[in-house]
Structure formats: C-alpha cells, structure tokens
Ligand binder design. Structure first.
Ligand SMILES: [Zn+2]
Length: 267
C-alpha cells in the first residue's frame, strides 16, 4: 500500500523517521509551515524556514525516496504579532512560487483572537488573488467549534474561494459534518497520547463517510507519531475493510485534494 501523509512537520524529525516512512510505504508527504515551539525573533527566521521547507527538506527526503511538498504561510500562533506578520506576508509570494509549494498553510486560528483573525483574512485574500489551495489550522479543545465557524464565515465571505480547494484540518466529530456540508475538505489528525487514536479516526470515517476526508499524523517536534497513518491502515484492515476502501482514504483522497495544485504529482 502506498500512502500519502498530507500533514507532517519533517524539519523536526530524524533521518530514521524518513527511513521508516519509506519502509512503510509513505512515499509522498506535504509539510505545512507552522510554529516551531517558540516565537521567532524576526522575518529573517521565516526566510530561513521557508528556504528549509522548499530547498533542503525536499533534498533530505529524496535521499530516502520520499517525495516532499510543502505549504507556505504565517501560522496562527505567531500571527498574534501583527508587525512581524505583515513582514512575513510580504515575503510569502516569493516562496509560494517555488516548485514544491502547494499553497497557503497551515493558517487559521489558535485562540480566535482579533489579531489572528486579521492575519487569516489577509492570507485568505492572498489565496484568492493567486488561486492558491488553502490548508487551515483550527483551534484545539473548547475553542474548536467557534473557531471553525469563524474560519468558514471568512472563507464564505471571499467569493473567489472555491470550497473544494480548502482543507480544514484538526477536525473532530463535532466539526466534521459542518465542514463537509459547506463543501470543504476536512482533515483528521492522529495523536498518540491523547484521544486522536486510529480507532477513533476509523469510527469517524464510519459515521461521516470517506468523501472529502484526509487522515494525517501531523508529526512534529512534540509527542507525535510519523507512522500513525500506517497504524490506522492496520485498524481498517483489522475491521475487515477491503484494500480499495483503505487506499481511497490514505492515497486517493489526499491525491485528489493535493492534485488541484498542478505542481503536485505522486511517485
Ligand atoms: Zn501542523
């Protein structure tokens, strides 16, 4: 089985992880630009990060025969700093033009603050102007439903945004139906230590159906598992799903969404 993981932060992972991905059949991945676990001190750090995402990380992945794509954007956490955010927004087009950059992401909301909303709106406008795909980060825990609704309102208010070109990530049972009803894609994130288990993800697939859903590991610098998608494949097999149904979720769906960017192709 060949797998596409549409959300992994590989700059935080080791070459052992790349080898494990390759051995497990996870041959294509996409890395969203995100918060590194600390606030960066200036726009120069973003130049370095976007260069890492578009130049050195694809080369590192290629050594293990893993195809690496990325998303470019100003994350919600650092968007609280408006001055820095405006400087970062100004450099986004340069990196969005790079050959492996698939669109703007992950952008969205973290605490649903006024500053986050302002910077998200500007990035939605940039996506509309350039015809970019969008990968959206939604807040965690109690802020999630409210944040998801604010995000969908902003997206619907921009008439040039096409819903099927937007993936709203970190969706949960209480947000998936609204996301799908509005025509967007939803992403389910697997977490090893909290409740985002393979069993819960497969339960959600059974309730909401496999249409316009992608499953990802979101593996990053914190507690996370780059092989979480494989474990979910195993859970589907354990429940008796035929291989084409499993392939649809872990290969065909992410391929369909990401292929809307002409730069994307699978190995
Ligand atoms: Zn992420």
């Amino acid at each position: 089985m060949k797998i596409i993981d549409p959300h992994m932060h590989m700059v935080s992972r080791t070459t052992d992880d790349y080898l494990a991905l390759a051995l497990g059949g996870i041959h294509t991945i996409a890395e969203p630009a995100f918060w590194p676990g600390f606030d960066r001190s200036g726009v120069a750090s973003f130049h370095d990060y976007f260069n890492q995402l578009t130049v050195s990380e694809p080369a590192r992945a290629a050594r293990f025969k893993v195809r690496h794509y990325c998303w470019i954007g100003m994350n919600a956490k650092e968007a609280e700093n408006l001055t820095l955010s405006e400087e970062v927004l100004a450099i986004l087009p340069k990196y969005l033009d790079r050959p492996t950059a698939l669109g703007i992401g992950e952008v969205g909301l973290n605490k649903n603050s006024r500053n986050e909303i302002r910077i998200f709106e500007l990035q939605v406008a940039l996506a509309a102007e350039r015809g970019e795909l969008l990968l959206i980060h939604t807040p965690h825990l109690e802020d999630k439903l409210k944040g998801t609704r604010i995000i969908m309102d902003i997206l619907r208010n921009e008439p040039r945004i096409v819903a099927q070109r937007v993936l709203i990530d970190h969706a949960e049972e209480h947000t998936i139906a609204e996301i799908k009803d509005n025509g967007f894609w939803s992403g389910l994130t697997l977490y090893p230590d909290s409740k985002g288990s393979p069993a819960r993800a497969v339960d959600a697939l059974e309730v909401f159906g496999p249409e316009r859903i992608c499953i990802n590991s979101s593996a990053d610098w914190s507690v996370s598992d780059p092989l979480a998608t494989l474990k979910t494949v195993n859970e589907m097999r354990r429940r008796g799903y035929p291989e084409p149904s499993i392939k649809r979720v872990f290969h065909d769906n992410p391929r369909e969404f990401l292929s809307q960017c002409p730069k994307f192709s699978v190995a």
